[in-house]
Ligand binder design. Structure first.
Ligand SMILES: [Cu+2]
Length: 226
């Protein structure tokens, strides 16, 4: 066990103790998460400490995309700062927190139907379902997972994103427990300069697979809780 995981075990031990003391009225359930993929519906008490976390995003589906993010959680407020480069230019890139599975990114071996692409669904056993949509405006719940008009469009192949979101206590808890994963979608597998190709998206058959397939992925690693 390394130093970070030992610190993590201590912090989560305290969280487990204090969770039982908070009144249920403190739990917010008006934002995101509940009823969506990767949630259990169990009431989780709000933890008002600040957790600072980061994610290093590596490429998936041979996308050449990579980046870095910082995620700061206080109560149910989450400040996200994200830079990703190497994305398909001038195309919308859906971005989410996924959670509720292993807190990991899939490898190429997750392509269980061997069509050459790790689809969003094939990644679910690793990163879980969408719990938060990193939209540029408006709703950030899983309902906006494919709100393609409210995601960044990477004019130069880069997304620079900064937003404060409100999440459910459950989602905040999953971030603190290293169960959440940041996923940026949209690849150009055939290097055509657009989302196209014969494969259809597993999420919405009216879209090409390229539009929704994961391009970059990173576990959100809590560094410190203050
Ligand atoms: Cu996603």
């Amino acid at each position: 066990m390394n130093v970070r995981s030992r610190i993590g075990a201590t912090v989560f031990g305290v969280a487990a103790l204090t969770a039982g003391l908070a009144a249920p009225a403190q739990a917010h359930d008006d934002h995101g998460g509940h009823g969506g993929h990767g949630t259990t519906g169990v009431q989780v008490a709000v933890d008002n400490r600040t957790t600072i976390a980061f994610a290093q995003l590596g490429s998936l589906n041979k996308s050449r995309a990579h980046g870095i993010a910082t995620v700061q959680v206080r109560g149910t407020k989450v400040d996200v700062r994200l830079v990703v480069t190497g994305l398909l230019r001038r195309a919308p890139h859906a971005m989410h927190f996924h959670a509720g599975a292993k807190g990991k990114c899939p490898t190429g071996r997750a392509d269980s139907n061997r069509d050459g692409v790790v689809s969003v669904t094939e990644g679910h056993p690793f990163y879980g379902g969408v719990v938060t949509s990193l939209t540029t405006s408006g709703d950030t719940s899983p309902k906006s997972a494919l709100a393609i008009d409210r995601f960044p469009t990477a004019p130069k192949g880069a997304v620079v994103y900064e937003r404060q979101l409100t999440v459910s206590a459950e989602v905040a808890s999953k971030i603190r427990k290293r169960n959440a994963v940041l996923v940026v979608h949209g690849v150009d597998s055939n290097r055509s300069g657009a989302y196209d190709g014969s494969l259809k998206s597993d999420l919405d058959p009216s879209l090409p697979m390229e539009a929704t397939a994961p391009a970059a992925c990173g576990t959100i690693n809590p560094l410190v809780t203050l």
